[in-house]
Design a protein around this ligand. Structure first.
Ligand SMILES: Nc1ncnc2c1ncn2[C@@H]1O[C@H](COP(=O)(O)OP(=O)(O)O)[C@@H](O)[C@H]1O
Ligand SMILES: [Mg+2]
Length: 455
């Protein structure tokens, strides 16, 4: 609305102003012409030496009357010799425009505030050799004001009409024009309220196309997130239920038999205890994973001696390795200090080394190395184990993914270890990679920045 009317008002001001200038110009030119004719006549009569003829005086007065103005005649001594108002005859008049006129220049002045026009005309000596006097005419410019008032009135009416038109147009077109935006808004609200929103195709304007595309990207991401969350919940329920189902079967079969031999009791109880341990492990891994899923602000970053950290982890895992008859070697190329979250990084490295033990062969080896350059430190965990098939390598970091369910089951595990490891590394803005050859062994490499960068 205002957008439509403001330009009108500005335009009106411009038109009125230019009209005023033009009207003044026309009037001034006309006046100058008449003054020139008169001054020529006065000059021809020998103004400087002779008394003004009566006829010329009458003409002077007449011209002044026509314009409702005042005419002064000034001689070479700046003395006013004629004044149609008869007020200042005999007085001296030295003003800038009179002086200029004595140099032969006609002048004109429009005083917009006082609203009068003043022109000067030189009166030449009969031989035209010099300026003998100056004819100074000033007339009121009220006529401009009157026309302006009339114009102003018309202009306001025009602005009013345009405003009305704009208002009607806005009322009629407005809803049509904002309709795409309304649809976008309702789609966004649908997402907000948790309804199943559809992809948008609002291509009415460039803006709506852009918004639609951005919205579709966001919706796609939301749907992917939602799917993976549902899959995760389904997997978790399944993984948590498996040991419980086993426990239930074991307990029921014991309860269903009478006079169970003590040996069988012990065996079943042993199985029960294993299932409980497995359930405990899954819950612990899930808790670790949930902690990793939090934002990076959850990182408790401290300057840490990485050599000592790795040594501590290997020392803790040494008994498991020894039980599996696997030899562990640690090779450190240089002392490394870095800003890391000790607990989370330990979890990642422990998982890699545990895997290297679990998926190793009897009498195999594990080679852990630590190195650094000016920006990153690198931890490598290599083993001589069973390896990972090429097609499985891209999945092993997924939650609950295990290469060989039946084989892995007897080895024991949740399928969450690598997922935890990767989350921990990513939280440190690092990268984790796997290289493996089935039957020969596997190498995991971890690269983490020496100093933690926020953001
Ligand atoms: N060093 C390794 N050698 C061979 N296979 C491995 C190794 N590390 C991981 N894997 C495979 O990747 C799968 C996922 O590992 P992980 O997430 O740690 O789960 P989990 O160890 O609980 O099974 C494992 O089940 C295993 O099949
Ligand atoms: Mg594991």
């Amino acid at each position: 609305m205002a957008v439509g009317i403001l330009p009108c008002i500005v335009l009106k001001a411009i038109i009125l102003e230019s009209y005023e200038n033009r009207a003044v110009d026309v009037q001034t030119a006309r006046l100058q012409n008449q003054c020139k004719i008169l001054s020529d006549q006065i000059g021809a009569g020998g103004y400087a030496d002779a008394q003004m003829p009566e006829t010329l005086l009458v003409e002077l007065t007449h011209l002044a009357d026509v314009y409702n103005g005042r005419i002064l005649l000034v001689n070479g001594q700046y003395e006013i010799t004629e004044d149609t108002f008869d007020l200042d005859t005999g007085k001296i008049l030295v003003s800038e425009n009179v002086m200029q006129c004595f140099e032969g220049k006609e002048t004109k002045i429009y005083d917009a505030k006082q609203r009068y026009i003043e022109v000067t005309c030189p009166v030449y000596a009969p031989d035209g050799s010099r300026v003998a006097g100056v004819l100074l005419t000033s007339i009121p410019a009220d006529f401009v004001l009157e026309s302006l008032d009339a114009l102003n009135h018309i202009a306001w009416v025009a602005v009013g009409v345009i405003a009305l038109l704009v208002a009607t147009l806005a009322a009629a077109l407005g809803p049509v024009m904002v309709r795409p935006f309304a649809r976008i808004t309702s789609s966004i609200e649908a997402v907000n309220e948790g309804y199943d929103a559809n992809y948008l195709h609002e291509n009415a304007y460039t803006e709506t196309t852009l918004i639609s595309e951005a919205f579709n990207k966001m919706l796609g991401r939301l749907k992917t997130l939602d799917d993976s969350r549902q899959e995760f919940v389904a997997n978790v329920s399944h993984e948590l239920k498996t040991p419980i189902t086993s426990m239930k079967v074991l307990a029921d079969s014991l309860l269903g038999q009478e006079d169970v031999p003590v040996g069988l009791y012990r065996e079943f109880m042993g199985d029960l205890s294993e299932e409980i341990e497995r359930e405990d492990k899954i819950i612990n891994d899930l808790l670790s994973l949930v902690k990793m899923d939090k934002t990076a602000s959850a990182l408790d970053v401290k300057q840490t001696n990485i050599n000592e950290l790795v040594e501590r982890i290997l020392k803790r895992l040494q008994p498991i390795a020894a039980a599996a008859n696997v030899e562990v070697v640690f090779e450190s190329f240089r002392p490394v200090n870095a800003e890391v979250d000790e607990v989370k990084l330990s979890l990642a490295i422990s998982n890699l080394v545990e895997n290297a033990v679990k998926y190793n062969t009897k009498g195999g080896w594990i080679h852990v190395s630590l190195n650094a350059d000016h920006k990153y430190f690198y931890i490598e965990v290599a083993d001589s184990g069973i390896g990972i098939p090429q097609e499985a390598q891209e999945h092993i970091f997924e939650r609950f993914y295990r290469v060989d369910k039946s084989h892995s089951r007897e080895i024991g595990g949740t399928g969450l270890g690598l997922s935890i490891a990767r989350s921990a590394v990513v939280l440190h803005r690092g990268a984790i990679k796997v290289y493996s050859q089935p039957g020969e062994g596997t190498t995991f490499t971890v690269r983490i920045p020496l100093s933690y960068v926020v953001g």
